[in-house]
Design a protein around this ligand. Structure first.
Ligand SMILES: Nc1ncnc2c1ncn2[C@@H]1O[C@H](COP(=O)(O)OP(=O)(O)OP(=O)(O)O)[C@@H](O)[C@H]1O
Ligand SMILES: [Mg+2]
Length: 316
């Protein structure tokens, strides 16, 4: 690397001297700001036999349960399907230990409504509509009858409570849910405008019920930290994504960073393959290494390659 390029790469030098730095462009998969053109649509490569499992789920209108080691493209698959089939912005429901089906369907801000109602009464103004305080969650928004299905990613389902899969069964079966706060309203209030999860505005709910017309394209991912009950598994189509072989890795690198970056990175690919055992290295770690190499970084420098291609399992 030339001294000038080396100075560019070493943004932080640890010498305590404050300086103005221009951050070089981020890798395409780490771009967020609208100023930088927003998130670019990233290439997604899938073997035909795996694409056919996706197709089976699409035809059967069943959720697709995607398993496989870290970084094998489980979450990205949902975005790729939504993009390719023009299903609109992907709705995301990231699961954690507190996730509930109820909050994924809708949230009701009772305290906000009480406060606003009191305020407007004091000011002699018209009371705000109840729909202002109801926001559909990602699952609720996915079930809005729309003529075409929406795409929903239920990410890392195995991080959720043990009851979560069973709680989803009825919604998966019927494509229907009710908002009791609306079903309890007086008979003459039949339609209420509520907010949607993607902040795109409102949707009219009739008699407090939402019934999908096309079941959404649902992709559920799991890292296999928990088994799911048979009743839940029966309702899903299973896709187990393997770690990509050398040929597929080459194709993924070329698609993300170009043929030239791939040609320059053969030793990195070999190092990646040598170090990799299933679940211990992820595809994007190779992409990170090739990205740095393409930017002129000396990855043979002590410890740098180990820092990028670090193992994902075992004690740190
Ligand atoms: N088949 C693929 N085609 C293109 N890029 C891929 C593919 N698989 C993985 N990648 C790259 O690896 C990154 C990680 O993929 P993704 O987040 O989908 O993995 P994951 O299986 O959901 O991992 P985790 O279990 O850690 O959540 C993606 O952003 C993408 O850059
Ligand atoms: Mg993921």
């Amino acid at each position: 690397m030339t001294p000038a390029a080396e100075a560019d790469w070493r943004l932080f030098r640890g010498d305590g001297v404050p300086r103005a730095v221009d951050l070089p462009p981020a890798p395409p998969w780490r771009r967020f700001a609208p100023a930088a053109g927003g998130r670019p649509e990233l290439p997604y490569l899938i073997e035909p036999k795996h694409a056919d499992v996706v197709n089976a789920a699409l035809h059967l209108r069943r959720p697709l349960l995607v398993t496989g080691p870290a970084g094998t493209g489980k979450s990205s698959l949902a975005r790729a399907v939504a993009h390719e089939l023009n299903l609109g912005t992907l709705l995301r429901w990231p699961i954690n230990s507190h996730s509930t089906v109820r909050e994924a369907l809708y949230q009701y801000d009772a305290i906000g409504r009480l406060r606003e109602t009191t305020l407007s009464r004091d000011r002699g103004e018209r009371q705000p509509d109840i729909g202002t305080f109801i926001r559909l969650g990602p699952l609720g928004t996915a079930l809005i009858p729309n003529g075409t299905p929406r795409a929903l990613l239920i990410d890392e389902m195995d991080k959720g409570d043990v009851d979560l899969p069973n709680d989803l069964l009825t919604v998966f079966e019927d494509g229907l849910f009710e908002i009791p706060e609306l079903t309890r309203l007086p008979e003459d209030v039949t339609d209420v405008e509520v907010q949607t999860a993607d902040h795109r505005g409102t949707v009219r709910v009739h008699k407090g019920r939402i019934q999908c017309d096309e079941f959404p394209v649902v992709v559920i991912t799991s890292n296999g930290e928990r088994d799911f009950p048979p009743a839940f598994l029966r309702r899903c189509i299973r896709l187990d994504l393997p770690v990509p072989d050398e040929e597929r890795l080459r194709a993924i690198v070329a698609a993300h960073l170009g043929e030239e970056a791939l040609r320059e990175a053969d030793d990195l690919l070999q190092a990646f393959l040598r170090r990799r055992a299933p679940g211990e290295l992820a595809t994007d770690q190779l992409l990170n290494a090739v990205f740095l190499r393409a930017g002129g970084v000396d990855l043979d420098a002590e410890g740098l390659l180990d820092a990028v291609l670090h193992q994902l399992t075992g004690a740190l």
